[in-house]
Write a protein that binds this ligand. Sequence first.
Ligand code: FAD
Ligand code: NAP
Ligand code: SF4
Length: 677
Amino acid sequence: MTVAYPHLLAPLDLGFTTLKNRVLMGSMHTGLEDSRKHVSRLAAYFAERARGGVGLIVTGGVAPNIAGWTKPLAGTLATHSAARRHKPIPDAVHAEGGKIALQILHTGRYGYHPFAVAPSPIKSPISPFAPHGLSASGIERQIQAFVRCSLLAQEAGYDGAEIMGSEGYFINQFLSLHTNKRKDEWGGDYANRMRLPVEIITRVREAVGRSFIIIYRLSMLDLIPDGSSWDEIVLLAKAVEKAGATIINTGIGWHEARVPTIATSVPRGAFAWVTRKMKGEVGIPLVTTNRINTPEVAEQLLADGYADMISMARPLLADAEFVNKAAAGQAERINTCIACNQACLDHAFKNKIASCLVNPRACHETELNYAPATSPKRIAVVGAGPAGLAASTVLAGRGHKVDLFDAASEIGGQFNMAKKVPGKEEFEETLRYFRSHIRTTGVQLKLGHRVSAEELIGTKYDAEILATGVTPSDPKIRGQDHPMVLSYIDVLRNAKSVGKRVAVIGAGGIGFDISEFLVSEGHSPTLDLQAWLAEWGVGDPATTRGGLKRPEISAPARKVTLLQRKDAKPGAGLGKTTGWIHRSALKMKQVEMLAGVNYDGIDDRGLHISFGEKKEKPTLIEVDNIVLCTGQEPLRELEGPLKAAGISVHLIGGADVAAELDAKRAIDQGSRLAARL
Ligand code: FAD
Ligand code: NAP
Ligand code: SF4
């Protein structure tokens, strides 16, 4: 029998233990780590991933002491009683035949609390708290905390520990002159600056013995000024190996870096070349990471010798069964992570429990379950956008008989427009997943079928779900009937031609996406790694410290002006961890962003605007086209007649509430309704 992904599914012998395959579930903060009451949820979450076939799981970051907290009262492992509390987590993973390592995360100056410590008292740009500079004895206490935490992890039953040495956290802060200004034996030349990680690994290995996995996460590309040079990185890797690490994992970019490293617009496997540079320099296994989200990409990287293991974090939030489905040769059934960050990282940064836009069960395994229906019903779902797709497949998966209608000739609703935006190509993967899921769950799909109220009234369904989405709202701007005025639907769905000078009205998510589409028409750097690296100024750390060089930006395809009425920063409402990327991308393409605008009218000359309540600075923006991206209203014309006929309907997604609608809410609402019916 041929193995579907022979390199990815090959065991990895670590000498004292063997991992069943090359998939490492990378560390992800879920928020569940931070509360004692969530231990059983965390155990269920990891157990599901172990059952799904992951070779080695790494937990979200746990602090070795208070100084290392991410935020006040963050998850900490510093006492025997805390080790006892952790025990159900490795136990649950072992019961499913998996292996799990605890990530020890000391945040240093990234700590969002007043007890933060660092090699030097230099505030980071991403925390309001200036850290305390450590004395030599203070450094010794941090090392002891790492050792104690590793021993407690072993006591709790973990198979190993990952020592977080990258992403600009505490250990990384010692390595770089950017953050380490010390004059003692912990600062100055590189031999001194790398003393801390080497000392930590040496002493942890001495403490835990030989049969405990030690992963060191090594920053191989800092992406900050004064970051490490390649020679330094190799020197450190060799020292880390000698000190007793079992595996080296790759870290890319400090958190304060201004280069995107995991967002959806980052090309798949964009940084695997960095790990490949390290191959041959050390003898222990190397893990590569960042934007690897399909078994095909992972297999190819291993087959081409980029690394010995693949780290995937978000892809395993999106689908706990990733490995088992790949092993069964059913990759088309994998619910692929689209790297949107909307329910995982954005939640973590907002102090909310993480989940997944495409899989709302992630981190909710104990409360959101799709149990078989006790009395199967006949259910109509109208609208095959994200809400209707989620609802219909969950319902059919539970044993209901489901008819799913859409007026369009393809499933997906607005996702069919989203996937045309350069950098959002991944959105097609969600549609591919649903196409396959519709087949396997037995949903009866009826495309090209606009449902009327009469039809539903005349057919005997036990329940009707309206997932009919939204319709663009009318901004009522004088002159908006002018032929130069288009809607985002005209541009993205109907492919209407657009001139060289464009005003985009409305700077919400869609206004930003349309602007991106218009400036980069025909070329998506996300599908062209070299162009993407050049545009974001990413270079080889062997020739440029930290891997930063001058960006090479290609000319925009059009002159775009993006406008909004609010007097706030355009894009302020975009995703917490991705908004800055959208803003930077448009700035690179010289998009002019105007806020506090009044739309005074449209005529043959263009768009007339003024600013503020007093209508100051009347200005004419001479353009060939104006694209309206001014928000949406629910489309639920079927609701009234059905209610009048005595049929109660369920509204989900945009058909329910259009304001602040996104696919996260649409899928979550559809899935939760379908779990209940
Ligand atoms: P829709 O996707 O609008 O689907 C409704 C479906 O119902 C349509 O297919 C329609 O044909 C069908 N329908 C309507 N009436 C009938 C009828 N009578 N009979 C049969 N069928 C009918 N969201 C995010 O979370 N992240 C993003 O990055 C993102 N980017 C976007 C980019 C663009 C360019 C656009 C346009 C949207 C984006 N969105 C994004 C928004 C997201 O796509 C929507 O929130 C989501 O699609 C809403 O899902 P829905 O199922 O409620 O409605
Ligand atoms: P939106 O985010 O609500 O933005 C609508 C924009 O139109 C705002 O800039 C608003 O700003 C403006 N506007 C509203 N009414 C107007 C009027 N009468 N006249 C002129 N301007 C008006 O909605 P959207 O851009 O249509 O996006 C729809 C949903 O899709 C959003 O909720 C979003 O979450 C989701 N989406 C998400 C992403 C993402 O990357 N996460 C991308 C695309 C879409 P002013 O009122 O200040 O002018
Ligand atoms: Fe991936 Fe988005 Fe899910 Fe996060 S929320 S795991 S980025 S699909």
